[in-house]
Design a protein around this ligand. Structure first.
Ligand SMILES: Cc1cc2nc3c(=O)[nH]c(=O)nc-3n(C[C@H](O)[C@H](O)[C@H](O)COP(=O)(O)O)c2cc1C
Length: 187
């Protein structure tokens, strides 16, 4: 059986993004668990803020079409959801909103995992939970395993690697469940 294909992206496009670093750790664990991961940088698929008039005039932006194609071609999604004012970031929500404007909802039947990192003590748990809640009615099977990283500003070394084995352990738990569930449900 071919390895399950997982598409990974982060809701922060910031160069030194903590969520990008956490995502990288989970991506590494997902590859180690047997998943074939495509890591997408949303800087490279920039989208305008969703506006119905813009959509009426121009249709879906090319970058949204590219992302929809990528989602369609993968069985699993691995999303890092940073937290702004207890919510998901506008970047992540806008990206998902555009993708749902495709003729066929690309999220149906995808297996999804969500992780979050924050310098605060709650590790982005509210954003992670909201992102999970958003993905479920879109048709994703969101896996039970979760990974939040509080005080993430102290969690990585100069190379962006996790300093603590506990972070790797949590990343492995999410990665293994994502790979196993995608293999079963969306091979
Ligand atoms: C507008 C704004 C609101 C924020 N609100 C929260 C918040 O509610 N909870 C939290 O844990 N962190 C909050 N933060 C801090 C972010 O978690 C922090 O900037 C984090 O580094 C963003 O993720 P990134 O490093 O992946 O870019 C906020 C940051 C910004 C810019």
């Amino acid at each position: 059986m071919p390895p399950p294909r997982i598409l990974a992206f982060s809701g922060s496009a910031r160069r030194e993004s903590l969520n990008r670093k956490l995502l990288a750790a989970v991506v590494e664990a997902t590859r180690a668990a047997g998943g074939e991961v495509t890591l997408v940088d949303l800087n490279e698929l920039a989208l305008p803020l969703y506006h119905g008039d813009l959509e009426d005039a121009q249709g879906m932006p090319e970058n949204a079409k590219k992302l929809v194609e990528l989602i369609t071609g993968h069985g699993g999604l691995l999303i890092a959801s940073p937290e702004y004012n207890s919510q998901m970031t506008p970047l992540l929500k806008n990206t998902i909103d555009w993708c749902t404007r495709a003729d066929d909802n690309p999220f149906i039947g995808k297996v999804a995992a969500v992780v979050s990192a924050s310098p605060g003590n709650f590790g982005g748990i509210r954003s992670m939970t909201l992102c999970r809640q958003l993905l479920t009615p879109l048709g994703c099977c969101v896996i039970p395993a979760q990974c939040i990283l509080p005080q993430a500003d102290k969690a990585f070394d100069d190379q962006g690697q996790p300093k603590d084995e506990r972070i790797r352990k949590n990343a492995r738990a999410v990665a293994e469940q994502l790979v196993q569930t995608t293999t079963k449900l969306a091979p």
